[in-house]
Design a protein around this ligand. Structure first.
Ligand code: ZN
Length: 51
């Protein structure tokens, strides 16, 4: 499962708001950023502590 992070404030409160002809647009609830660029993380990447 992927998690989206805002490239501006690194908040995880980023949601896709449009998926039209321009592609997928995301919006950050915290700072109001809006754009197609978001930072994606996989949940698995955060759990690698040598298990
Ligand atoms: Zn933000």
């Amino acid at each position: 499962m992927k998690r989206l992070h805002c490239p501006i404030c690194n908040s995880t409160e980023v949601y896709p708001i449009a998926g039209g002809y321009i592609g997928c647009i995301y919006r950050c609830k915290r700072c109001g950023y809006r754009g197609a660029l978001v930072v994606e993380y996989n949940d698995e990447d955060e759990g690698r502590d040598g298990r």
